[in-house]
Each structure stands twice: as structure tokens, then as C-alpha cells.
Design a protein around this ligand. Structure first.
Ligand code: NDP
Length: 472
């Protein structure tokens, strides 16, 4: 018999996705550039070997698939995807579906959709979140492409996806690049969330002098309430871990340089292109960049010294810890509001009609930002929330109103102590800016009109004006 689908690219993610499909009862053809990997995957997984069909050539791989074919590409984003499409195209027929499941720039996905349009071969950009474990046991899956293809993919993807209360965390989100775009913004929100957690950790370490084991208890406790989430949960696990050799807290031995593979940066770039202020995502991307400049930071620390502990007004008593919790929760709401504002703008720009509540629904399990909080976002959109920004939704507005005092206090104390809180302060600044009916851009418009005759509008009259400013 022929295989139900094929997985091409058996690196970390592809191998795990293939095993996930096989476990759910699908026959999976396997192919990899380094050909031996396919047979090795089958041999290493005796319990699923009957449904894993390694192939020695791309021709055999394609020939081994039931038609119309479904091929999942899980190779590195970029030219590898184009190379595989080029190699596959001559062997495919009308109705076949090629899915790019990697972390691809949605602009590339749009271009590939355009390229394959009219060939009868469907191209689907699909975001997969949850890392290696997610791919193996149930990722959150964001599907783009033509809507009629979704009917065919649904029976394959629902079984392998994460489930939240039995509901599969996979959905078709819109045409062409919609799935990859939503995955990109997922990662941008993930960056902001991780950065804000790390800033709170920085306050606990440099402002309060808490031991990692104690911080682990605090995060584990927070994980039982409003902040309950995978990222807070794993923060507690990381902080509690001891180095097996020295017994020292492992977190103290890890070099403070964050890696990044691009999707967080793309989210900030796309936000800017769409004209959406996404300051927390931008702050998180910049913070990772600065983290990677470790040598320069050491030099600057010598030159300027760093403040902390001595000058800190933070308190480790119950009220002080509760203030940190409330600050993080409030900043998180603001970060997610920014992420959703990017999704709204893209939806309008690209004509996707993104189902915003549905996106929160499929993020509730499987992906890195899964959290109880996403249920609240889902509810906000599904109860008809038409607000331009989540912060204007009554339920979130109340929470931010209550929590803003804590966020303000935490940011103020951190600033005075010299503890950097770029994402938390960006969240607060955005909130203060967003809720200020009378801003300061009137001065900017005056400057622009003076140096470039860019004109301005007036509060007291309709129309567009240019003023004869005194010569400077
Ligand atoms: P790996 O590096 O583990 O695997 C890469 C795979 O791509 C290998 O099978 C490799 O083949 C193949 N490949 C690379 N270049 C080419 C090429 N030019 N032609 C053919 N095959 C090629 O990567 P991952 O599995 O981690 O990631 C795959 C994709 O999934 C990426 O887009 C990544 O961003 C995305 N992703 C990764 C996540 C993660 O947690 N790791 C989470 C979500 C998405 P070979 O064995 O021959 O080298």
C-alpha cells in the first residue's frame, strides 16, 4: 500500500512530526537529504516501524505516496525550501499538496503561493509550535493556504495536534502566508513574555538578592494563579535545577547571552511595516541583541559600574513579591494586546480575515506561550469583542487598571536602582501613551511644518495648514 503522507526533512522537528503521524495510525513515507537518517529513524523506533517507510531517493518517496499526495517539508527555512519545491515539482500532479512546516518568513510563503498558483499543486505554509516535544506529542498548528485544501488536511492534522480539553489546537487561519505570519507573531509574543519574566528574575537577583531556589518557589506559586503558563512553569524548573557536578544552581553557570533564529525579529519588523506600535516585542528583540554583546557589556560595566542591591527599594516580603506578580501580569496583558494589534493590522492589510479568538484557542495547548490567560483572550474575541485593541476590552481594561500601580512601582524602583527593565517599562510607557488623549505630537507636527512644510491640522478649525514660521 501507499503511504498516507510523506515527511521530507528528518532533522529534530521532521523526525518528531513523522513519529507523531505514525503513532496516530498514518503510514508515513520518509525522506532526508542525508539518506541514512530515514532508515535510522525507523530502526530506532521499533514500536512504530510498521508505519514508517524510509525511501532511498526522492523519486521513490514521491512514488510511495497515495494520490493526491500530501508532502510535509520540514527543512531549514530559506533556499532549502525552494530547492525541495524545485526538485519535487516535476514529479507532482494536480491536486497534490506541499506543506512547508518550517519557520518560514510569511513573505516567502506568499511568494511561493504566487509561484505555484495555476499549477494545480497546492502550497500550504504551516506554522508549528511547541519545539521538539510538541512536534512529537502534539504541537499547536497554524495553517495557511487555500481554504478548500484545509478540508483535506484536517483529518491528518487534528489527530497529531495538541488538545486542550479535547479540542484540537489546529486551525486554518487564512490564505497564503497567514499560518506562517501568525506563527511569527506567536514567536514575537513569546520573546516579549520570556523577556519580561527574565526582567522580574533580574529584580529578584539584583534587587532582592534571592537565591534561585527561592525564586523557583515564587514562580511555581505564581503558576497556580493568573500567570499560570508554560513559560512561568519552566522558569521555576530552570531556577530549581542544580548543576550535577558542582551542586551550584545551574542557572548561575549559564552564559547570559540569548540566541535567536529570526522569528522574533521578523515580528518586530512586520509590526513596524504595518504601522503597529509593538514596543514590548521590539524591546525583547533588542534585549537579546544587547545580551549577545557580552564583551562590550563587561567593558561598559567597568567604565560605569553597575547599580543594584545597595540602592534597591524592592522588598522580598509577601507584599513585595505580590507587587512583582501583579506587575508581570499587567505587562503581559499589554504585550499580548500589542501582539494581537499586529494580527489585526495584518489581517486587514493582507485580506486574511484572521479569526482572532480561534488563534487564542489553538495557542492554549502545544505551543510555547500556552497559558490560562489565552482563554481570557479567546473569550474576549468570541463574546463579540470588536475593540481596536485588547486593552479597550472591558475585562482587560479592568485588569490593567488594577495592575498598573504595581507595574508603575516596579518599573520606578528598577529604574532608580539601575536594574534594566526594557520590556516592562516599554509596556508601561505604551499604556501611558495609549491612554493619553492629548499627546505631544503637536510639537512634532510644528517642527515638521517648520523644516519641511509638511503641514498640520488644527484643533479649532478643519483643514490642512502651513504656517510662515520665523526664519531660523
Ligand atoms: P534541523 O537542523 O534539526 O534539521 C534540518 C533538516 O533540514 C534536516 O533534515 C536537513 O537535512 C534538512 N535540510 C537542510 N538544508 C537542506 C537542503 N538544502 N536540502 C534538503 N534538506 C535540507 O532543524 P529543525 O528540525 O530544528 O528545524 C526545521 C524547521 O523547523 C526550521 O524551519 C525551524 O525553524 C523549524 N522549527 C523548529 C523548532 C525547534 O524547536 N527546533 C520549532 C518549530 C519550528 P540533513 O539531515 O541532510 O542535514
Amino acid at each position: 500500500g501507499k503511504a498516507d503522507l510523506g515527511v521530507l526533512g528528518l532533522g529534530t522537528m521532521g523526525a518528531m512530526l513523522a513519529l507523531n503521524f505514525a503513532e496516530k495510525g498514518f503510514d508515513v513515507a520518509l525522506f532526508n537529504r542525508t539518506v541514512e537518517k530515514a532508515a535510522r529513524l525507523r530502526d530506532d523506533t521499533p514500536d512504530l516501524a510498521g508505519r514508517l517507510h524510509p525511501q532511498a531517493s526522492l523519486e521513490d518517496f514521491v512514488a510511495g505516496l497515495a494520490t493526491p499526495r500530501v508532502i510535509v517539508l520540514m527543512v531549514n527555512a530559506g533556499t532549502a525550501v525552494d530547492d525541495q519545491i524545485d526538485a519535487l515539482l516535476p514529479m507532482l500532479a494536480r491536486g497534490d499538496i506541499v506543506i512547508d512546516a518550517g519557520n518560514t518568513d510569511f513573505n516567502d510563503t506568499r511568494a511561493r503561493n504566487a509561484r505555484l498558483e495555476g499549477t494545480g499543486i497546492h502550497f500550504v505554509g504551516m506554522g508549528v509550535s511547541g519545539g521538539e516535544l510538541g512536534a512529537r506529542h502534539g504541537p499547536s498548528i497554524m495553517v495557511g493556504g487555500d481554504e478548500d485544501v484545509w478540508a483535506r488536511l484536517r483529518p491528518l492534522l487534528e489527530p497529531i495536534s495538541a488538545k486542550f480539553d479535547g479540542s484540537p489546537c489546529v486551525a486554518w487561519l487564512g490564505t497564503d502566508g497567514a499560518g506562517h505570519f501568525v506563527k511569527t507573531i506567536h514567536n514575537g509574543i513569546e520573546y516579549a513574555d520570556m523577556q519580561m519574566i527574565a526582567e522580574i528574575y533580574g529584580i529578584m537577583r539584583d534587587g532582592l538578592g534571592l537565591a534561585p531556589a527561592r525564586m523557583a518557589e515564587v514562580f511555581a506559586d505564581w503558576n497556580t494563579r493568573g500567570l499560570a503558563s508554560y513559560l512561568v512553569e519552566i522558569s521555576a524548573v530552570v531556577l530549581a535545577e542544580a548543576d550535577p557536578e558542582t551542586g551550584a544552581p545551574l542557572v548561575d553557570l549559564i552564559v547570559d547571552e540569548a540566541g535567536q533564529k529570526g522569528t522574533g525579529r521578523w515580528s518586530a519588523i512586520e509590526a513596524q511595516k504595518l504601522g503597529v506600535g509593538a514596543t514590548t516585542l521590539e524591546a525583547a528583540v533588542s534585549a537579546r541583541i544587547i545580551s549577545s554583546q557580552r564583551g562590550q557589556r563587561a567593558e561598559a560595566a567597568t567604565a560605569f559600574g553597575s547599580l543594584a542591591l545597595a540602592g534597591s527599594d524592592f522588598s522580598a516580603d509577601a507584599a513585595g513579591i505580590a507587587e512583582l506578580e501583579s506587575a508581570l501580569e499587567t505587562a503581559k496583558i499589554i504585550a499580548y494586546a500589542q501582539g494581537y494589534a499586529i494580527l489585526s493590522a495584518a489581517s486587514a492589510e493582507f485580506g486574511w480575515n484572521l479569526p482572532l479568538g480561534e488563534i487564542a484557542r489553538i495557542w492554549r495547548a502545544g505551543c510555547i506561550i500556552r497559558s490560562g490567560f489565552l482563554r481570557d483572550i479567546m473569550t474576549a474575541y468570541e463574546s463579540g469583542g470588536e475593540e481596536a485593541n485588547l486593552l479597550l476590552n472591558p475585562a482587560f481594561a479592568r485588569r490593567v487598571e488594577t495592575g498598573q500601580a504595581a507595574l508603575r512601582a516596579v518599573v520606578a524602583k528598577a529604574v532608580l536602582a539601575g536594574i534594566p527593565v526594557p520590556a516592562l517599562s516599554a509596556a508601561l510607557a505604551y499604556f501611558d501613551d495609549y491612554r493619553r488623549a492629548h499627546g505631544t505630537a503637536n510639537l512634532i507636527q510644528g517642527q515638521r511644518d517648520l523644516f519641511g512644510a509638511h503641514t498640520f491640522k488644527r484643533l479649532d478649525r478643519d483643514g490642512v495648514f502651513h504656517h510662515q514660521w520665523p526664519a531660523v
